[in-house]
Design a protein around this ligand. Structure first.
Ligand code: DAH
Length: 339
């Protein structure tokens, strides 16, 4: 009987079913009332008591193998059938939806490329900053409203830890660690404690630019920005600089471009003025250079800062800044062609 069990173990182990009928045949042969297993259990009753342990063990192994094998070959036909039932295997595959680059990344990369062509490299700084890099080194007076809790996200336990409100902080970090000439742009995310609306968000992106060398003049700044505006918005674009104030530049200006939507004729984007503001700029204040251990008697330079969302909104005529953060694919998919 032991030998019979051994033989069956080998046969069952090697069993493969080619058709559903063979699966049923297997079940009948081994598991039906008169099948092999039932017969063996019948014969087991006759086995002398002292051999029962040994026989019982082998018999149970065989029983388990038969049950497992039946499950295995049944499953094989079930899956095959469900694959073939009701599915036309000649149909083309469902198209795979490819992701696309986010419009803010597209615009940021364009800005980087435009400045790379005239020798500006890219540097980055931390989003979690300290007072020195965001305000003090940049010549912000102690009572300046930008330090106010209303604008800046401070960490409650330590007011010296804050989320940067502009990427101008990277200027300071770069000047502290590099010797002029410096020609670099600093893209990054900034944070302001502002109510979210169609025009403002508490998180947005800026690109800051910095050029420090001997004999850098306002004419260099103007020419650099004119080049940028033409590359970004088209060769017909004009610029105008309006006097302004920033603590870290002297003189300071804001730059407008001729409205890229109406070409300067007047529309609701430029509020019928023909001009739209796109950035702030100026000659780096000598105090800032000195704060960063750069000798303001030898070196001068210019800086500028622009909002990536603002440029993207103008370029793609996006009317609500919140669309950039909602990640609705119906919005995002429209920029695929712009990759
Ligand atoms: N940091 C300014 C802002 O966030 C933008 C800016 C203005 C940057 C003038 C500059 C600059 O470098 O010269 O509003």
């Amino acid at each position: 009987m032991l030998q019979k069990i051994q033989e069956l173990l080998q046969t069952v182990h090697a069993f493969e079913a080619q058709t559903k009928e063979e699966v049923e045949q297997f079940r009948l042969t081994y598991l039906s009332k008169k099948g092999e297993l039932a017969q063996l259990f019948e014969a087991f009753k006759e086995v002398p008591n002292e051999q029962k342990k040994e026989f019982g063990k082998q018999l149970n192994i065989l029983k388990q193998l038969i049950q497992d094998t039946l499950e295995r070959i049944q499953a094989q036909f079930e899956t095959n059938e469900s694959v073939l039932q009701g599915i036309d295997v000649t149909l083309p595959e469902k198209p795979i939806m490819l992701g696309s680059r986010h419009p803010l990344s597209i615009v940021k990369n364009q800005i980087i490329e435009i400045f790379a062509k005239i020798g500006f490299i890219v540097s980055e700084g931390p989003e979690i900053e300290d007072d020195w890099h965001v305000f003090t080194a940049l010549n912000f007076p102690l009572e300046h409203p930008a330090r106010d809790m209303q604008d800046t996200f401070f960490i409650e336990k330590n007011p010296d830890v804050l989320l940067r409100t502009h990427t101008s902080s990277v200027q300071v970090r770069v000047m502290e660690h590099q010797k002029p000439p410096i020609r670099a742009i600093f893209p990054g995310r900034v944070f302001r404690n502002e109510a979210i609306s169609a025009r403002a968000h508490c998180i947005f992106h800026q690109v800051e630019g910095l050029y420090i060398d001997t004999n850098v003049s306002f004419a260099d700044l103007k020419q650099t920005l004119l080049y940028f505006a033409k590359e970004m918005f088209g060769a017909d674009t004009q610029i105008r600089l309006r006097p302004s104030y920033f603590p870290f530049t002297e003189p300071s200006a804001e730059m407008d471009i001729s409205c890229s939507i109406c070409g300067g004729k007047g529309c609701n984007v430029c509020k019928y003025s023909g001009w739209v503001e796109i950035l702030g700029c100026g000659m780096v204040d000598p105090n800032v250079l000195d704060n960063c251990s750069i000798d303001s008697k030898i070196y001068s330079g210019f800086a500028f800062g622009m909002g990536v969302e603002r440029i993207a909104m103008l370029k793609y005529q996006v009317k609500d800044i919140r669309l950039f953060f909602e990640n609705d694919v119906r919005f995002l998919r429209q920029f695929e062609a712009a990759l």
